[in-house]
Ligand binder design. Structure first.
Ligand SMILES: [Zn+2]
Length: 255
């Protein structure tokens, strides 16, 4: 999984970030495939933009790639806060690919966050830029990767080793029913799924989930019927095939 940096190439570009960008672009053109369908490539959709964008030539899904040398698995810096919130509400966020390379230009990790895992609760508003800044008052955001349910963090390359493509595609397909839930309701579904995953057990009761009632309430301050909402969302997760009722007052996760 080498980005294949040559000294000539390195000399041709002024900064490490330029080298990283060119190498990443080339690597993606050679190695990336679509996790949402059987296409064995993704096409760069725009050139000379600050971010790298790709589109699947077959299913037309959009992907945005961020590549970094230093990897913070908890959060990643993104662009403007308001535009991110608007794009979540309009259901227009692309699938996110986060690529981490080593100092000797090896791809260490490549993580996929399917677009239907974006909700307002994973977006952190950053402090406005200071009055001295060129874009004074501008507000950026962080994507809180650690707040995404584990189902929405799909490894394509892990610690330098590629995960088989059919496994990546199966993981993407397993949760893709979430895309059918309207974006304003999907936040509840994702927060409920996150809580269920945090329980860390394959079977659980409603009472287990109610333990998180205050946390869910804090994330959805305008909803005053949290328990009925939790029950409704467990049904949604069941209808998506991610849970089943055991008939003994218990729920079981499907893997
Ligand atoms: Zn595709």
């Amino acid at each position: 999984m080498n980005l294949q940096c040559t000294t000539e190439l390195a000399a041709a570009y002024k900064s490490a970030s330029q080298i990283a960008r060119v190498l990443t672009e080339e690597w993606c053109a050679r190695e990336l495939y679509c996790p949402a369908c059987t296409s064995d490539r993704l096409s760069p959709s725009m050139v000379n933009t600050p971010v790298l964008d790709f589109t699947c030539p077959e299913c037309k899904q959009a992907f945005q790639l961020k590549s970094l040398k230093n990897w913070n698995p908890k959060k990643i810096v993104d662009a403007g806060y308001e535009s991110m919130i608007r794009s979540i509400r309009a259901d227009k966020t692309p699938n996110l690919l986060v690529l981490q390379y080593s100092k000797d230009w090896f791809v260490r990790n490549l993580l996929l966050v399917p677009r239907f895992f974006f909700s307002e609760s994973i977006i952190e508003r950053r402090r406005p830029l200071t009055p001295q800044a060129r874009r004074a008052g501008w507000v950026g955001c962080n994507i809180l990767l650690a707040q995404i349910p584990i189902d929405g963090r799909i490894a394509i390359i892990s610690a330098g080793s590629p995960v088989p493509a059919d496994q990546v595609r199966a993981e993407f397909a397993r949760t893709s029913g979430l895309a059918g839930i309207p974006p304003l309701l999907r936040g509840w579904t994702l927060d409920t799924l996150k809580v269920v995953r945090r329980l860390g057990k394959p079977r659980f009761t409603l009472r287990d989930v109610y333990e998180f009632e205050h946390e869910l309430q804090a994330g959805h301050p305008r909803n005053h019927n949290v328990r009925p909402k939790i029950r409704q969302q467990l049904q949604v997760l069941r209808d998506l095939g991610m849970l089943r009722f055991t008939g003994l007052g218990e729920y079981a996760l499907r893997d």
